[in-house]
Design a protein around this ligand. Structure first.
Ligand SMILES: Cc1cc2nc3c(=O)[nH]c(=O)nc-3n(C[C@H](O)[C@H](O)[C@H](O)COP(=O)(O)O)c2cc1C
Length: 217
């Protein structure tokens, strides 16, 4: 009998139909480059946002389209899940993962998650993370918020999730949009428990920053 460390368990990543899909793609790129297995779910609205914001069409082979867009090898540790497939591994709590990030999270998905709905695999996988007490990180992109949305954030926080807004800081003196994206993605990685050097931390000594960028930037 042995106890195996679970540091290579997959991270679940959902990209939903909020503006800022580039946050999700940059997070995916960074995780894969770091050798972290990722299991990805992309909502139908997110595909629409890809087209609107990034001129990205996933076509018939979404996994290879995404890897190609992110300049990642086809052999990358990425699993693509169709969000209508409730028989997927990630729909069950017995399938072990290190948690889930919803980046970006639309207000529609926020409402579904905070009410325990399971209308697609994203909702179900997030509900599984909550019931199994695994990390669930939700990056909302909207402004301003109405009371219903604020209450949904409170409910989700009470259920154990970490809710954040996609709001870049400026104290690290960003020189580009890419720097601002990396700040938000880096702070998301902080919450998910990953080491990174995506931006200069407050009072931190100078460190080389990554050179890879998404094609959109
Ligand atoms: C270009 C574009 C940008 C959008 N931006 C946002 C946004 O920033 N926040 C949001 O909550 N919804 C946004 N929406 C609306 C959502 O996509 C819509 O509510 C959808 O039903 C969300 O579905 P999903 O959560 O399954 O992805 C946007 C839609 C489009 C087409």
């Amino acid at each position: 009998m042995s106890l195996t460390p679970s540091d290579k368990l997959p991270l679940l990543l959902a990209i939903t139909g909020a503006s800022g899909s580039v946050y999700g793609l940059r997070l995916l790129q960074y995780l894969i480059e770091a050798g972290q297995p990722v299991e990805l779910m992309v909502s139908c609205a997110a595909e629409q946002v890809f087209a609107e914001e990034l001129d990205l069409s996933l076509g018939n082979n979404p996994k290879s389209s995404l890897l190609n867009y992110l300049n990642l090898p086809l052999s990358s540790p990425l699993v693509w899940h169709n969000i209508n497939n409730f028989g997927a591994s990630v729909a069950s709590g017995s399938y072990r993962t290190r948690g889930m990030a919803v980046v970006p999270c639309s207000l529609g998905s926020l409402a579904a998650l905070s009410h325990g709905l399971s209308e697609n695999l994203i909702h179900r996988a997030a509900a599984v993370c909550l019931k199994e007490r695994r990390p669930l990180f939700v990056l909302v992109r909207e402004m301003p918020f109405d009371l219903i949305q604020l209450r949904n954030m409170v409910s989700l926080t009470e259920a154990g999730a970490i809710v954040a807004a996609a709001s870049p800081g400026f104290y690290h003196r960003p020189q580009s949009v890419a720097d601002q994206i990396d700040f938000v993605v880096g702070r998301s990685l902080d919450q998910l428990g990953f080491d990174h050097h995506l931006f200069m931390r407050w009072k931190e000594e100078s460190q080389p920053l990554p050179t890879t960028r998404t094609q959109a930037l």
